[in-house]
Design a protein around this ligand. Structure first.
Ligand SMILES: Cc1cc2nc3c(=O)[nH]c(=O)nc-3n(C[C@H](O)[C@H](O)[C@H](O)COP(=O)(O)OP(=O)(O)OC[C@H]3O[C@@H](n4cnc5c(N)ncnc54)[C@H](O)[C@@H]3O)c2cc1C
Length: 416
């Protein structure tokens, strides 16, 4: 059923009794052309584009919990295309363009809001880097704008411009950046995939990957074995564990990242703001809560809850940047498991096992990548060739040395 203003009004007039479930509750079949492990944003988007762009509809998404129970429903929803490194730059540019038409594409309100994101800088050196990054973004075809302190004061009067430890020198703004409602993105892709015949199978954990003579044959699940010609692993924080089912060791560590939301306040922050002297970013949700986060917890873990020192660290950064935040009450905090690669860039590639593909290593930035990741992974699984904008996301780059060190942290996860 299509969603429209007309439908909302007529359903409202007749007691809202005519709405249909957004997707079927599919039971697993014995065999599929392609099986996707993981019903997060990337898995659902891949299934959607496999059906939509490549006509592959004998596809199942296998999710061990419920759709959207992973990081797709846990992130701070920032969407932007201001990456610097060749490889990342064109990929995130492609993703932002897909975001800009996503709601009409899916006929679903994902609340994509291009409210802008500013990254502040606090020294001459940081200004130089921001200018360089801005030029790279503009050369890529996206927007970037250097804001002076006066312009910042006008747009963000509540930042602490008086403090001497981390004085604000200016900011790099991307006006097309912004936020979206995270779980609606999962629901929109799920509905679109289901409409095209994809089976979305929840409460179905993959417990084994069947391989014969180096060729993938299917998967073992808690709901029985399923044969498949192609298998895509899109398990985000669990990527290492899922790949281990096929005997593969990925260049990935799993770390916890926490996020926080305050009580609802009147509109105060109308863009996304990133602090340049600490890992702190903040926006305000449409319900009024201030949504913010910081660094990963800095030790490998599969526990989706965080440690208290990191809570203190994030609150300190918030207070440093905008002391007014100290008056807001934090309502909730939560954690998600991040699949961290050594260079901070993702992997979308074949594996050494024929028919087995991997899409992982999204670090703390995979929400904004959801449309392009699905687009490129579907392209790879359907054609056997990397999509142009994802061709540098190779699994072997850590062996060959072609790393894309977007974070500038080298091989040390704890410096992310
Ligand atoms: C606190 C926090 C803040 C973040 N903020 C941002 C942000 O502002 N902007 C941004 O771009 N990114 C952000 N991210 C990162 C982003 O959320 C992730 O990179 C992205 O969601 C990962 O892809 P996904 O949606 O497919 O993951 P998930 O939703 O985690 O999907 C993976 C799925 O695989 C399933 N699975 C795992 N193992 C199995 C198995 N054996 N069998 C079946 N299913 C399995 C899981 O249950 C899960 O549902 C943030 C993340 C967190 C935690």
């Amino acid at each position: 059923m299509r969603y429209s203003g007309f439908n909302v009004i007529t359903q409202g007039l007749f007691g809202n009794k005519g709405w249909k479930p957004a997707w079927r509750d599919a039971a697993p079949k014995a065999e599929y052309d392609a099986v996707i492990i993981g019903g997060g944003g990337h898995g659902l988007a891949t299934a959607y584009y496999l059906a939509k762009n490549h006509g592959l509809t004998k596809v199942a998404v296998l999710e061990k919990g419920y759709l959207g129970s992973g990081n797709i429903g846990r992130n701070t929803t920032i969407v932007r295309a201001n990456y610097f490194m060749p490889g990342n730059s064109e990929f995130y540019s492609h993703s932002l363009k897909l975001w800009e038409s996503l709601e009409s594409e899916l006929n679903y309100n994902v609340m994509h809001s291009q409210r802008g994101q500013v990254v502040l800088f606090h020294s001459d050196g940081q200004r130089d880097t921001a200018v360089r990054r801005g030029n790279a973004i503009v050369n890529q075809g996206d927007d970037a704008e250097l804001l002076t302190v006066d312009q910042l004061r006008h747009e963000f009067p509540y930042l602490d411009y008086a403090q001497t430890r981390f004085p604000i020198y200016g900011g790099l703004m991307q006006r097309r950046a912004g936020t979206a409602r995270h779980d609606a993105v999962a629901w929109g892709y799920a509905r679109g995939a289901d409409q095209r015949g994809v089976d979305l199978i929840q409460n179905c954990e993959v417990t084994g990957i069947d391989i014969e003579n180096g060729v993938v044959k299917g998967v073992q699940t808690t709901r029985g074995p399923i044969r498949a010609k192609k298998v895509g692993m899109l398990a985000a924080g669990r990527s290492g564990q899922v790949a281990a089912l096929a005997g593969l060791r990925l260049p990935i560590e799993s770390h916890v990242l926490q996020a926080f939301v305050t009580e609802g306040l009147k509109p105060v922050i109308d863009s996304v703001i990133s602090f340049g002297m600490g890992h702190f970013y903040i926006s305000q949700s449409d319900k009024g809560g201030l949504v913010f986060g910081g660094d990963i917890d800095m030790y490998a873990s599969y526990a989706a809850r965080g440690n208290l020192p990191m809570v203190e660290h994030v609150m300190e950064a918030g207070m440093t940047l905008m002391p007014m935040i100290g008056r807001a009450k934090v309502l909730r905090s939560w954690g998600g498991i991040m699949d961290m690669t050594p260079d901070g860039s993702p992997i979308i590639d074949k594996t050494p096992i024929d028919g087995l593909f991997v899409d992982a290593g999204w670090n703390y930035g995979g929400f904004k990548a959801t449309p392009a990741s699905g687009w490129c992974m579907a392209h790879l699984m359907a054609t056997g060739q990397s999509h142009d904008v994802a061709r540098r996301f190779r699994l072997d780059r850590f062996r060959t040395g072609h790393v894309m060190d977007e974070e500038g942290t080298g091989s040390q996860h704890n410096l992310h």
